[in-house]
Structure formats: C-alpha cells, structure tokens
Ligand binder design. Structure first.
Ligand code: PMP
Length: 406
C-alpha cells in the first residue's frame, strides 16, 4: 500500500514550524516521536470535557475517565496480543517498567550469586536497574557481546547461561545501531534453560509487529512517547503467574485491597502495580496513538521507514569520511554516524542551526560507545512523517558541515 505522506504530515502541525528561520526537519523520533493531532485532541478532550480521577469516584466524569482509561488497556492488550488485560500494567515509560521488574521480580526471585544477562548494546535503562539489583542482592550482571556490524552473538548465550542465570534482559531494537535483534531465538534459548526474558521494546514497538504470545517473552516494556503518544506513559506486559508472584513495587492508593494499621492486603492485577493517580490523560492519549498507528497499519509504516532507511543509508554513504555504526542485516530506521574527524557535537550544533533536529552524544549507551571506541555519534532516526526530500537536504547539509569541520 502506498501511503500519502503529505497528508500524514498534515497530522503533525509542529512540522509547519520554522527554527532559526528555516523549515523544521525532525530526525530525532527515536528520542521522542512527534504527536499527531489525533493524540493532541484526545488529550485536550480529557482536560476540557471529562476530567475525573479514574476508579476513584462514583460521579459521571470519573466514570467516563475510568471507561476511557480501561479501554486503552484493552487496546494495548490487542496491540501486543497479550493473553489477558490484567497483564498490561500502565507505567510512566520503559524505564519505570524495567525498574519495576528489577525491584519486584528481583526481590522475589534473585538471590546471592544469581546471574542476569544483558547485552553490549543496551540503553542505560536496561543496564543500571540490573546493576543496582545485583548490588542489592550480591548477584552478577553478565554481558552478551556484539559483532563489529552490530549484531548480537546469540550463540554466546550457550556459554553465558549457567544454572545460576535467572533472567536475560535485551532490547528488541538498538536505539543506536538500529539492529532488530533476534529476540525469538534468544527467548527460546533462555527458556530451554528455564531462564526468564525481559524485552525492552522502547525502540521496537513502533517499528516491529509485537506479539507477546508468539514471542513467549516473560516481560516486555515500552514507552508511549516513542510511538506517537504523549510523554509520561508506557506499559509493562508481564506473564500473569509471574506478576502474581511478585510483590508490589510502588505503594499507596489503588494498589490495595484493605488497609489497616495492623497490615495491608493488595489489589489484584493489574492494579497491584498501579499505585497512585495514574497518568490517565496520557494513557488515553496513548490509546489515540495506537489507533493512529493501527489506522495507517504498522506494517505500512515499517515498509515506508525501511524505504527511507535504505535511501538515507545510500545517500550518507556517499559522503567522504562517512562511518556508519551498525550494519546489521535486519535494521530499523536509525542511523548513527561520524564523519572524518568532525566531532559529533559540533556536527549536531551546525545541523541544528540549519533546521535539522538530530541526536548527538552517547545516546544513553556508554558501554556501546566504549565497544566502538568513540565518545558519541550523530544519530538520525526516521519516522512516518519524514521524506526523501528531507534526507536529500540532510545529506547536503552534512557534507557541507563536514567540509567546514575538517
Ligand atoms: N530503552 C531504549 C532502547 C531506549 O531507546 C529508551 C529511550 N531512549 C529507553 C529504553 C528508555 O525509555 P524512556 O526514557 O521513555 O523510559
């Protein structure tokens, strides 16, 4: 299906803005995607028309909010094909999801000497919570290495997994290299040795059809703002038997069944893990984002992004001194690069002044930067609203800046 990108672009009014008197060209969707009008309208509607704290009042507005909030749980369940709605926990993002599992699963299932395996290409959000868990429990974090091309050496898992290994935590797509990881293989390998798996889908959910039943992952986390939704909201999917066996993470209102000064009992799933007033406005906005993606079709979005990725890779490779990090066979629409001796930060600064939003730095993946022996890169990430014309302009701008910085 051929998409009408110009019409899609009209859904994103921010693209009509200028920065420094230049058209705004947004290549930083991996950091946070733009939001379409459909999402902005859904959020505004809550504040304007039916504000009320979900689950907490018997009045009309509170009931309306509860219905809309819970309807998004059904949408997420369907979007990721979770077996039941109770297995969908709203969080404030992927980071909170990983922390929830690290604290709660960690509390219940990790003991001294146990091992957790992560990979060399993880975001700090999928590294630091495991390091802290390891410190608390005197456990150990082990690392699955990658090849120079930026692909996981999955066979190494056979050596890394021991009877002490309890969990593998791996991203679905690298935020730096764009590599789409073979998570199905990893899950099968881990499960064959009775090891649980957490998938960090922060960079995957918006590009790759996600089916948690087919994957059979034990946990999966993502953030709403990277899939055209609002900030401050995301999801944790977890298998029911595991979530049931895990103690609460945050505590307070709504996550309880009965509170007395002699003791407290806890609510059932999913509420056991949703303490306090949730970000209900943003959850409802995320529901609108999933509708938006479903209407266009995730497979259509992915196909268009792939076309852009191939086009941009070809264009950028023509630039003298171009070094692209990540050349996996299966890549999502993220390109990290350096040109000659130009510093990534200088490149980003000049591109910014020319109207391009790109990401520079270590991308919250310092161990990966160490792996490649660099301090940072420039990252271009492509989404549904980007065009080949924008890529042409970017390539010309990079060439010009690289000439100035040599
Ligand atoms: N994992 C990956 C791979 C990411 O790219 C990010 C965000 N850059 C995160 C986790 C954390 O997401 P958030 O900051 O939305 O919690």
């Amino acid at each position: 299906m051929s998409l009408d990108i110009q019409s899609i672009r009209k859904d994103f009014p921010i693209l009509e803005q200028q920065v420094y008197g230049k058209p705004y060209i947004y290549f930083d969707s991996a950091a946070t995607a733009l939001r379409p009008l459909q999402v902005l309208n859904a959020v505004t509607k809550i504040y304007k028309e039916f504000n009320g704290n979900p689950h907490r009042g018997s009045h009309y507005m509170s009931n309306q909010t509860t219905l809309a909030y819970e309807a998004v749980r059904d949408k997420v369940q369907k979007f990721i094909n979770a077996p039941s709605r109770e297995e969908v926990i709203f969080t404030k993002g992927a980071t909170e999801g990983v922390n929830l599992v690290a604290y709660s699963f960690g509390d219940a299932f990790i003991s001294e000497g146990d091992e957790i395996i992560i990979t060399e290409m993880e975001h700090h959000a999928n590294i630091v919570p495991w390091q802290l868990l390891a410190q608390r429990k005197k456990a150990k974090v082990k690392v699955l290495p990658i090849t120079d091309r930026g692909e996981l050496i999955v066979s190494e898992l056979d050596n890394l997994i021991t009877p002490k290994t309890k969990l593998v935590a791996v991203n679905m797509v690298s935020n730096v290299l764009g590599t789409v990881n073979p998570i199905q293989d990893i899950i099968e390998k881990a499960h064959s040795k009775n090891v649980k798996v957490l998938i960090d889908a922060a960079q995957g959910i918006q590009h790759v059809k996600t089916d948690v039943q087919k994957l059979d992952c034990d946990f999966l986390v993502f953030s709403g703002h990277k899939i055209y939704g609002p900030t401050g909201v995301g999801c944790l999917y977890g298998k029911k038997d595991l979530l049931d066996a895990m103690p609460p993470f945050l505590s307070g209102g709504e996550m309880i069944e009965k509170v007395s000064f002699d003791g407290t009992t806890f609510n059932s799933l999913p509420y056991k893990f949703e303490a306090g007033t949730p970000n209900f406005t943003e959850v409802i906005g995320m529901g609108a984002a999933l509708d938006y993606v479903n209407n266009i079709g995730l497979e259509n979005i992915a196909a268009y992004e792939h076309e852009l990725l191939e086009y941009a890779t070809l264009k950028l490779k023509q630039i003298d001194g171009m070094r692209i990090f990540g050349d996996a066979d299966n890549k999502a629409s993220v390109i990290s690069f350096l040109v000659g001796s130009a510093h990534h930060y200088d490149m980003g600064m000049f591109l910014d002044k020319m109207g391009f939003a790109v990401r520079t730095g270590h991308h919250c993946a310092e161990p990966l930067m160490d792996r490649y022996g660099v301090h940072g890169t420039v990252r271009v990430s492509l989404a549904i609203y980007n065009t080949k014309e924008e890529i042409d302009k970017l390539a010309a701008a990079i060439e010009k800046v690289a000439g100035m910085l040599q």
